[in-house]
Design a protein around this ligand. Sequence first.
Ligand code: MSP
Length: 459
Amino acid sequence: MSDRFYITTPIYYANDVPHIGHTGTTIFADIIARYQRSLGKDVFFLTGTDEHGEKVAKAAESAGKNPQEFVDELALKWQEYWKKLNISNDQFMRTTLPGHEKVAQELLVLLQAKGDIYKGVYKGIYCWGCEEFKSEKDLVDGKCPEHRPDQVEYREEDNYFFKLSKYIPRVKDLIESGELSVEPENKKAEMLARIEGGVNDLSASRQNVTWGVPIPWDTSHTTYVWIEALMNYYSATKIWNKEGFWPADVHFLGKGNNWFHSVIWPALLLALDLPLPKRVFVHGYYNVEGRKMGKSLGNVISPGELMDRYGVDGTRYLLAASMPYADDSDVSMKWFDEKFNSDLANGLGNLVSRVAKFVNGGSPSKERVALINTYYDNFKLNEVISESQKLVKFVNDYFSSEAPWKLEGDARKVVIDAAVEKIIEIANLLEPVMPESSSEIRKILSGEVPSKNLFMRIV
Ligand code: MSP
């Protein structure tokens, strides 16, 4: 097993601040990065902002700012959010970094030299909300399912094209055989079905978008933002001297980004003769109270709102607990309140203070539950959470039935030690999810710090 682990999140558009969707992906990846570090791996964890293209340029224009100034401000905000949420990314990618632009241009020149780029005319529909060329079958009633109707436009322009179709049979084989592991199974099936439906070559440049990386041999075009954005995963290894980490062990992303990561990106890497990522993990979306989350619906939940209410670890826990794994998941502030109260305030937090009353000095158990490790290895964070809650219940029941307050001497000590040991095991299991609280729990139970209310009940 390699002792290196390279994990990425998508780079998020620097057109707005994060909502819980972006926050969820980043927290999931952070939890896995922390888990991998706990196994002793040398981890490179990358997140960042996607700063070029039409969507970002339009947002800058509406804000009355020049694009560079606009993305500088937003990139800072994203970093501030991640810092507050205790995200342990090793670097933060910004696609306007000169180092990234240079590598992207070098890769484009290689694709051109290989004969995989040609000039043509693009005629068709473009959704600048997705920054994606759409076919009729991608649209529902002529509309993009993810964006406003005014974001979908007919375009006709000279473009450079990438010979995506040439690489499709190999990409298909790699996905089918699992050599490129697209997970979970339903997201893999979706990609294979879309491949079956036929794949055209991909427009790789934009003639009328000036905010982007110029095509090196024809600066009247900029690079199609998705191609350049995907290259960030590779350019990062050059910028920060992490060459030994390539290829990525896993790209984490939400379902809307699946095609780009599981098909287009592997095709580009095949064309470039570069090794392919090992796993692409695609989660579903958070819906809010049964509806898609969106500004126009006014139901966007922001990470700031969650942190104010549940604290940093509470937020991390709740997003992990509601992780949209194979399917979308439905959340609401009511659900978050209830889950916080039952699992953390009444559950783990109460258990710790209950047991702490009897404790001054326990013996931490380093033991991990093998099952939970399998869950982490398979990114099943909601299973990690529910297993930890089973343990909380188990220790609570054990404590009630053994009633150490009625015992004396060794008999009393045996019960308390057993409870402490189990709680420390829970803290260890949840360490990647709630790093601060886990360390607090260990300190409380070893008598290092006085007991306190870890999770204040939401009323
Ligand atoms: N810039 C591109 C990604 C380029 S990666 C080379 C992009 N950015 S984005 O800002 O739109 O972020 C998309 C990502 O945000 C998704 O992959 C997913 O991780 C996350 N989510 C956006 N909405 C979401 C939900 N409603 N629920 C869960 N995650 C969602 O696309």
